[in-house]
Design a protein around this ligand. Sequence first.
Ligand code: ARG
Length: 468
Amino acid sequence: MRAPKVWAGRLSAPTSERVEAYTASLAVDRRLGADDVAGSRAHARMLRSIGVLTVAQHRAIDAGLRSIAAELSGDTFAVAPGDEDIHTAVERRLFELSGPVAGMLHTGRSRNDQVATDLRMWARRACTDLLVAIAGLQEALVTRAAEHRTAPMPGYTHLQRAQVVSLAHHLLAYVEMFGRDALRLGSARASCDELPLGSGALAGSTLPLDRDRVADELGFGRIAANSMDAVADRDFAVEITAACALAMVHCSRLGEELVLWSSAEFGFASLPDSHATGSSLMPQKKNTDVAELARGRSGRVIGDVVALLTMLKGLPLTYNRDLQEDKEPLFDAVDTTAATVRMLTELMTVVQFDIDAMRRAASDPALQATDVAEHLVTNGVPFREAHGIVGAVVARTIATGRTLADVDLDEWQAASDRFDPSVLELFDPDSALRRRDVPGGPGPRSVTRQLTRARALIARTRRTAPGG
Ligand code: ARG
């Protein structure tokens, strides 16, 4: 037997089963169960405090809600045919457990302010979980960076070898990127910190609801200031999903580097067999599917932001059923990002770097062409002129099958009388690194400062994630 709908009074025919199937959201919003019960318990306690529930009524309702919480956490909560969403499923179960007194719980409340409250509670925790995951990834990157503080590698622009950097410097760039993701998630978390409950369907209540008390009990910093905004607002979900999308873009870029570095063409990194995959056809293949999936899944999370914004953009105030479509993109963005960040943490922990191959690539004398030009600048040549002089020497060495390190002092000085003998010492990648100790540069002292800063960033991320 199906229980009558919570709104059955107004309608004279039972709902078509196809309509039920089309409108139901229980499969998706089931994971809000614990928050839904916590919100209901706080609401019920408040109703008792303002005299809407007697002590005995409150006790019966609370006992039922506690049983439901246990069923949900023990995965024994059974859904019934006709349960539309988690809110009606919990209420239906409360009737079964506590009897007709269950009918008093929804006093002064609508599913509109209820679902907004549940989702904010869930989202707040999701941010915390993501912040903890991000701090873990930053830590893995810092650990590997500290191992390779002075290991030279080529840095690239346009995917062409450009100048010498260190592996540490390259990895620490990602620590900065994920640090910004943490800032955004911390701010998105703050956006969740506002209690919608007490806003009713859209226009509050005629009952003297004590919203501050409920906010306190559920750990919200403030109550929503406008009941219409409170039930219609999903900005917090957009903010989290957008923060996830950008974090996934960073994961994707890191994944792409792992793919490139693992190729024979680069040969800078390899994943242990436990974290690689093979080909069903080509026996020799060892693939980087995990990194590729991190890259590929960023597309879906970007889609989640678009789905949310598009769903919201034409909605008049206040609640419209379209808003039920907020959960899939939000849940997907959070789940995908958390899983990807954790997987990349593992990859960054186990990846083997071939620092000899990196050093060989970084020893390409062409990478010092800019340093040669700056040598001329130091000796009084305007940079544009120096650029032209060195460019001409580069062109000549290419034409004659030589490298810049093969050019002798006579030839340098024929190109410009401002070259002094120290030009011949510019082609060692380690000294090239040591020359780049400008703040923020890849030089060893700068990298040491960055490591200190990175550890502070991680500590900050962990502080923004209380309990992390
Ligand atoms: N399942 C709905 C959602 O997730 C709950 C709110 C339904 N409210 C309503 N008036 N139909 O948005």
